[in-house]
Design a protein around this ligand. Structure first.
Ligand SMILES: NC(=O)c1ccc[n+]([C@@H]2O[C@H](COP(=O)([O-])OP(=O)(O)OC[C@H]3O[C@@H](n4cnc5c(N)ncnc54)[C@H](O)[C@@H]3O)[C@@H](O)[C@H]2O)c1
Length: 335
């Protein structure tokens, strides 16, 4: 079971006896350095990680950090949200445990319990930030909501704490400018599903101190991820190349030149891609793709008005109908 922060920090108590019995009664600022981090950087300044958002991405980041010995706090708006995130983490950890310790139920159980023991839950964003060495924001993709969160955390987080955002489409420098620590603010872009995807894009603004980028790169390595460095441009590396490719596939189908199924088969068998573009669009969510595309077409730096990212009637129709892909049961395919 996941633990809640001491009551003097937050008010959240989930109604599980096991959870309550695991309440910490002392602050944990003095926790030992994570072992995963020790192997990659003896001077790793990151011990306590606070993740905002317990959705798809936030819960994955929490899980992976806890698996690699970090003390992690997962913050969300309410107990219901946290419970959902907790559910994702427990299910995913059990899958990892079954793979890692296929022959031993006891080892599986110990692995899951040990990892969960490093995770605390909070509905108090500011209290959670007070012991953070690293803040990872993975909340809703809305610039005003994110700026307002960062601005309030900036008042209470330790001066040394590094602030990061997992945003896929918002400029990191605009988020950083909501704080007075632009030199300690960067992008940390994980991929979905976080436990499986190796890549993390570490995104630099013009203001960030290079030692922060170095610390974040070491942090990613300690999670057994593969970090790449990139400047603060729309889509960073992966989405900048991927979104135009996906939209080119949609336009090909819009023109009636091939079916989604044939395009997917062609790209899997002809280009060696593990998923076809329509399978991937449905997996990502058509609303998410539309949100990114529209944002870039309207005001993406170097992309605004570019026909590479122009709106698509077909995509707009599907989103308007609520056919958003796998998550709604229907997109380009039915599930
Ligand atoms: N979904 C993806 O494939 C993906 C991939 C990479 C990056 N991202 C980025 O990660 C971020 C989160 O995406 P997601 O798919 O996990 O979203 P999600 O909707 O699954 O989860 C967002 C969570 O944030 C919580 N939240 C909202 N406002 C909050 C606040 N002020 N404080 C604390 N929690 C708050 C919500 O309650 C929700 O639980 C977005 O910035 C997105 O661009 C998403």
């Amino acid at each position: 079971m996941l633990r809640c922060l001491p009551t003097r920090h937050v008010a959240l108590r989930l109604p599980s006896p096991a959870l309550v019995s695991r309440f910490h009664t002392t602050p944990r600022a003095s926790t030992a350095a994570p072992s995963g981090a020790e192997t990659s950087s003896p001077a790793n300044p990151i011990k306590n990680v606070v993740v905002y958002g317990s959705g798809l991405m936030g819960s994955g980041i929490v899980q992976v950090a806890a698996q690699h010995q970090y003390q992690v706090t997962m913050v969300d708006l309410g107990a219901d949200h946290l419970k959902k995130g907790q559910g994702y983490i427990e299910a995913s950890l059990k899958r990892v445990a079954r793979k890692k310790f296929a022959d031993s139920d006891a080892q599986q159980k110990a692995f899951v319990e040990d990892t969960l023991s490093r995770i605390q839950l909070s509905t108090d964003p500011e209290a959670a930030a007070t012991t953070a060495d690293l803040i990872v924001e993975a909340i809703v993709e809305n610039i005003n909501t994110k700026r307002s969160l960062f601005s309030s955390l900036d008042q209470v987080a330790p001066k040394h704490a590094i602030f990061t955002s997992n945003t896929s489409s918002l400029p990191i420098s605009e988020l950083a400018s909501a704080t007075k620590r632009q030199d300690r603010f960067a992008g940390l872009h994980f991929f979905n599903p976080v436990p499986q995807m190796k890549l993390v894009e570490v995104v630099s603004t013009a203001e960030v101190n290079p030692t922060v980028i170095n610390d974040l790169t070491q942090f990613c390595l300690s999670l057994k991820k593969a970090p790449v460095n990139c400047k603060d441009t729309p889509g960073f590396i992966v989405n900048r190349l991927l979104v135009p490719y996906l939209m080119e596939a949609v336009r090909l189908v819009e023109r009636g030149e091939a079916t989604p199924k044939d395009v997917d088969t062609a790209m899997k068998l002809g280009a060696g891609y593990p998923m076809g573009p329509f399978e991937l669009l449905d997996y990502i969510g058509l609303d998410t793709c539309k949100f990114i595309l529209d944002g870039w077409y309207k005001e993406g730096k170097g992309l605004a008005g570019d026909k590479l990212v122009r709106p698509s009637e077909r995509l707009n129709e599907l989103v308007a109908k609520g056919d958003l892909g796998r998550k709604s049961g229907k997109g380009f395919y039915s599930y």
